[in-house]
Write a protein that binds this ligand. Structure first.
Ligand code: NAD
Length: 252
């Protein structure tokens, strides 16, 4: 086995939202680096399909059922908090229940999962937590109040985890992509077209990529490569960081 193929051998990884998009790409990347990967997703069929492909395990779970996560203890060495959804509306029309849902999925569930894995990580003296944030964890956009609020919250969770976990061998970092070619973005392009009354091609050129110096979508595999590196031994001194992959958006 090459060094890279075996560097995560013996490590158990858990990826939320691993049935699609960035999560599925992360599942493939960590499996390729030797980890035993559990694909957690509310979409059971998708979780099983990815798990089968990488000889991992599937966990059908609705992470919105946050109470069920409160007493969990998980023997996981690498946690990737990835599951997320988007919802677009001006604040005055934004449904309060929708706001709560996004916060529950993208802040509360990650907190409860971090809480569930830390005892094992502390006992092992090793752990890697990677939170899939967004450029919207660092910058705002109109009409995305719950998403931007949730991702900024996730940044805080990640940094506190880094401070508490550092002395005990656990790192915690955020990855902050710009727009990635996944179903979440395809759905968003359609939503934005409706909200702004323009066609989908214009959404890409005039709205999504206006701030990006590189005028293309990020590929899920590019995000996964960064997550794989953050999970690797080479990134042992990287913690409390937020790594942008946004084609230069946040350089402005
Ligand atoms: P996606 O829609 O392709 O995949 C999300 C996955 O999460 C799906 O498999 C879905 O079933 C799962 N999921 C949704 N709700 C769930 C729940 N309640 N319980 C368990 N699983 C649930 O999305 P993606 O684009 O791959 O996004 C993944 C992450 O990356 C999200 O946190 C998103 O905010 C972030 N992100 C995406 C982009 C982008 O442009 N696509 C950019 C920056 C950050």
């Amino acid at each position: 086995m090459s060094e890279r193929l075996s560097e995560l051998a013996g490590k158990a990884a858990l990826i939320t939202g691993g049935g699609s998009g960035i999560g599925a790409a992360c599942a493939r990347e960590l499996a390729a680096r030797g980890a035993k990967v559990t694909v957690a997703d509310v979409d059971e069929a998708a979780a099983k399909e990815v798990a089968e492909e990488i000889r991992g395990l599937a966990w059908a779970v609705d992470l919105l059922d946050v109470r069920a996560l409160e007493d969990l203890r998980l023997d996981v060495d690498i946690l990737v908090n990835n599951a997320g959804v988007q919802s677009i509306n001006p604040i005055e029309d934004f449904e309060p229940e929708k706001f709560r849902t996004l916060l529950a999925l993208m802040v509360e569930a990650p907190f409860l999962l971090v809480r569930a894995v830390l005892p094992h990580m502390y006992e092992a003296g090793f752990g890697r937590i990677v939170n899939i944030s967004s450029v919207h964890g660092l910058r705002a956009s109109e009409y995305k109040v719950a998403y931007v609020t949730a991702k900024h919250g996730l940044e805080g969770l990640s940094k506190v985890t880094a401070l508490e976990g550092g002395p005990r061998g656990v790192t915690s970092n955020c990855v902050n992509p710009g727009y990635v070619r996944t179903p979440l973005v395809t759905r968003q392009i359609a939503d934005q077209a409706r909200t702004h009354g323009i066609d989908e091609q214009e959404v890409l050129s005039k709205i999504l990529l206006t701030e990006s110096a590189i005028k293309r979508l990020v590929e899920p595999e590019e995000v996964a490569a960064l997550v794989g590196w953050l999970a690797s031994p080479a990134a042992g001194m990287v913690t409390g960081a937020s790594y942008t992959m946004d084609g230069g958006w946040s350089a402005r």
